[in-house]
Design a protein around this ligand. Structure first.
Ligand SMILES: *Cc1c(COP(=O)(O)O)cnc(C)c1O
Length: 365
């Protein structure tokens, strides 16, 4: 028995540590998870009601084409219903894009520290991966453009970039899109776009009107707080979406996911509340970083990557012992930790724990 040669050394995804594991292993009662950019405020009450209303339909297959949710999204963003594809999270849309477009010998370009699933799925399809170094934590679009060849199939742009949190600006994206050849599919991952109010942040839908070779990725896992229901979507030109649809599993998203997403999309008040709380959280945390003399990348999503100046695994462990689950161990950033913006109470627990950890580590040096 032999699997595909190219997956033999592929690691299994390591998720953020679950709260229950940490409580059990460390004997703690109060644990906060600020590791996976989940919404600390849960989800819209209307989404919860929609989930409950679906309970009586569990024996019936979901609508494979998500017709009702598709119509709502098409209306909200003023696009055609044939421009949208759903996945079990945008993770699955990434998988489907790779499956539909990449094969042996194809080249695909991404940043050297970005969302892990672009590379993961490209490896599975045996494509050649070209990683372009981030510059000051930002996508270096001119350098990415310089790596485009006749063999390039997909360029992945994560905006804001996970884990650094930085954004590419409108003009930078315009420069890039106007020069990238039309045979290259550009995937713009906007998982955190609903958090962003900055005028420099590009509106993917505006770009989609002018550039055929673009696909946007959106998700209900972040500001909408529906991560466990696994639903996200891709938006592109009908011909692109059709190819992706051809490799989709017939009933990939669930009734609960579709119903909750529909209700969540309509609850703009909840989204606005989360955006405002997140803005305040960033203000508080970065203010504290400045007090502590720590540098950080400008944060646009619901997470902040900062430089601890110690090996990040030590800071991660110290935070964990105090009941704060963070995210660390990025090879490009050995002293950085990424923290999700939580509720004010969680943010305060994080900062006071961090202060203790850094003091403890400073004494050991
Ligand atoms: C969280 C995240 C996603 C995927 O989320 P799903 O839960 O699969 O929808 C995609 N891209 C980025 C950059 C993310 O941070």
């Amino acid at each position: 028995m032999q699997p595909k040669q190219n997956i033999i050394h592929l690691p299994v995804y390591q998720p953020g540590k679950p709260i229950e594991d940490v409580k059990r292993e460390l004997g703690l009662t109060d644990v906060v998870k600020l590791a996976s950019n989940e919404n600390p405020f849960g989800s819209s009450e209307k989404a919860k009601e929609a989930i409950i209303a679906e309970l009586s339909n569990t024996s019936i297959y979901p609508d494979g084409a998500s017709v009702s949710l598709t119509a709502d999204i098409a209306a909200k963003f003023d696009i055609g219903t044939d421009q949208i594809i759903f996945g079990t999270g945008s993770d699955e849309v990434i998988l489907m894009i790779a499956r539909a477009f990449l094969t042996t010998g194809d080249e695909t370009i991404m940043a050297d520290e970005t969302f892990s699933q672009y590379k993961h799925n490209a490896v599975v399809e045996n494509a050649t991966i070209i990683e372009v170094p981030l510059k000051d934590g930002k996508h270096d679009l001119p350098a990415m453009l310089a790596r485009v060849t006749d063999k390039t199939k997909i360029v992945w742009i994560c905006n804001p970039n996970n884990p650094t949190g930085t954004i590419v600006h409108k003009e930078e994206l315009e420069q890039f899109m106007s020069q990238v050849p039309p045979h290259v599919l550009v995937v713009l991952d906007e998982a955190y776009c609903e958090y962003i109010e900055d005028e420099q942040y590009p509106d993917g839908f505006e770009f989609l009107k002018r550039y055929k070779n673009l696909v946007l990725l959106r998700t209900f896992s972040k500001i909408y707080g529906l991560a466990s229901l696994r639903i996200g979507f891709g938006v592109g030109r009908p011909e692109t979406i059709r190819y992706i649809n051809q490799v989709r599993e017939p009933f990939n998203t669930s009734r609960f996911g579709q119903a909750a997403a529909k209700a969540a999309l309509a609850d703009e008040e909840f989204v606005a509340y989360c955006r405002e709380q997140n803005r305040r959280g960033i203000q508080y945390i970065t203010g504290e970083f400045e007090r502590l003399g720590l540098s950080y990348f400008p944060a646009y999503g619901n997470f902040i990557m900062f430089d601890t100046k110690f090996p990040s695994a030590q800071v991660f462990d110290g935070l964990l012992r105090r009941g704060v689950i963070s995210r660390a161990r990025w090879s490009k950033y050995p002293t950085h930790v990424r923290i999700t913006v939580g509720s004010q109470e969680q943010n305060e627990k994080f900062i006071s724990s961090l202060e203790q950890v850094l003091q403890e580590l400073a004494v050991q040096v």
